[in-house]
Design a protein around this ligand. Structure first.
Ligand code: FES
Length: 159
């Protein structure tokens, strides 16, 4: 089935376009809008939709999607957990946090838990080094993590 936005989402798209000097410049925010409208991933249908709406070649839009890790190229879980693994977090135990997430969710980095609720990822520095180790769950930061805190956070996601 071809991808389409509803009336409210179309209005948001028009608002985005009004903030940019040309359609190409709006490609990333429009892709974010469409990803959110498509269960958090960018399918080929979404790419075609964005290319058509922005008068861009499909290859250009696909290039943007494949360049940025924040665009999901396959279906993902209801929630996305990003464990930072860069220096400050690594020095303060991000490997243990990640290992614990894998054990709790029963999946490896890049995979989704069997119940479809959580996709586990690693991230490079998320600019919260002073409160390492940390992870991002959807749009929320969780900082100064311990394994016990991670358990409580994951409990809220898999209910
Ligand atoms: S190293 Fe993890 S937030 Fe910067």
């Amino acid at each position: 089935m071809a991808f389409a936005l509803n009336a409210e989402q179309n209005q948001k798209l028009e608002q985005i376009l009004s903030r940019y000097p040309n359609k190409m410049a709006a490609c990333i925010p429009v892709l974010h809008l469409c990803q959110e409208a498509n269960a958090s991933w960018v399918s080929d249908d979404v790419i075609e939709f964005v290319a058509k709406r922005l008068d861009l070649p499909t290859a250009h839009v696909k290039g943007v999607v494949t360049f940025y890790t924040l665009f999901n190229q396959k279906p993902v879980g209801k929630h996305q957990v990003w464990v930072c693994r860069t220096l400050s977090c690594a020095l303060r135990g991000s490997d243990k946090i990640l290992e614990h997430c894998e054990k709790r969710l029963g999946c490896h980095v890049g995979e989704t838990s069997k119940d479809g609720k959580v996709t586990l990822r690693t991230a490079e520095c998320l600019a919260s080094c002073g409160s390492a180790p940390m992870m991002q769950v959807d749009k929320t930061y969780y900082e100064n993590l311990t394994v016990e805190q991670v358990d409580r956070i994951l409990d809220t996601l898999v209910r």
